[in-house]
Design a protein around this ligand. Structure first.
Ligand code: SAM
Length: 215
């Protein structure tokens, strides 16, 4: 990333931290003006995410270590799932909160990130300038009480698969039967559930589902 882009990232970070936080459309325009190959590094610079802690012993066996979701996949999830400021997004397995922050800045939605590794939650403190719109909470996302039952959209960048994923869907089902919710998944095939309907328009790594109760 060249010096001009670094300066633009620093200026935007300052604007977000102060009174001049850009609208979702303004943030999107700023992001789209960055050359595609530089967007991931540029977002890291805007968010002040310089170093990533190693995964620790509190990552349960069978769960996926921290890897930041590519910016392009987050943007596609936002577009296909039509996430807006009216949503409450839950990032299941939030790492240091990078995707959570991006989801908020691109949409205006409140975002709750659930992360099982305490060190990553502590690293997410660099995002305090986005509080309270973005909050990263420590806990195992497969426990319903941790699952942020007020969510309207659950974002999953491959935190786990197999029995854990099946359990998460079983926990979400009664919520989905009470009110509409959506799931946006990246690199994560879901086991079929009768209450989940795939949404058209996604390609590649992103898939989006609505619950049967969604309009
Ligand atoms: C592939 S990373 C995704 C990070 C983040 N969503 C992003 O896109 O930047 C998966 C994350 O899920 C977390 N994770 C794995 N199992 C979890 C669980 N049971 N509860 C909460 N977080 C979990 C891992 O620690 C890791 O940070």
């Amino acid at each position: 990333m060249n010096a001009t882009l670094r300066e633009r990232a620093a200026a935007l970070r300052q604007a977000i931290s102060g009174a001049a936080r850009p609208s979702p459309a303004g943030f999107r325009a700023a992001l789209d003006s960055v050359p595609f190959a530089d967007r991931d590094a540029w977002v890291d610079a805007v968010l002040g995410l310089t170093s990533i802690p190693d995964d620790g012993p509190d990552l349960p066996s069978g769960c996926v270590p921290y890897l930041p979701c590519p910016v392009a996949a987050v943007q596609e999830a936002v577009d296909v799932a039509r996430i807006t400021a009216a949503d409450v997004v839950v990032d299941v397995g939030a790492g240091v909160g990078r995707a959570a922050a991006l989801l908020h800045l691109l949409t205006g939605a409140r975002v709750i990130g659930l992360e099982v590794q305490r060190e990553l939650v502590e690293a997410a403190r660099s995002l305090e300038f986005l509080h309270p719109a973005v909050a990263i909470i420590h806990g195992d996302a497969t426990a319903l009480e941790a699952l942020a039952p007020g969510g309207t959209l659950y974002f999953l960048y491959c935190p786990f698969s197999g029995a854990r994923l099946a359990r998460l869907l079983d926990e979400l089902e009664p919520l989905a039967l009470r009110r509409p919710l959506r799931l946006a998944c990246v690199d994560l095939p879901l086991p079929p559930r009768p209450w989940l309907t795939p949404v058209d328009g996604a390609s590649g790594a992103v898939t989006v589902f609505t619950s049967a109760a969604s309009s």
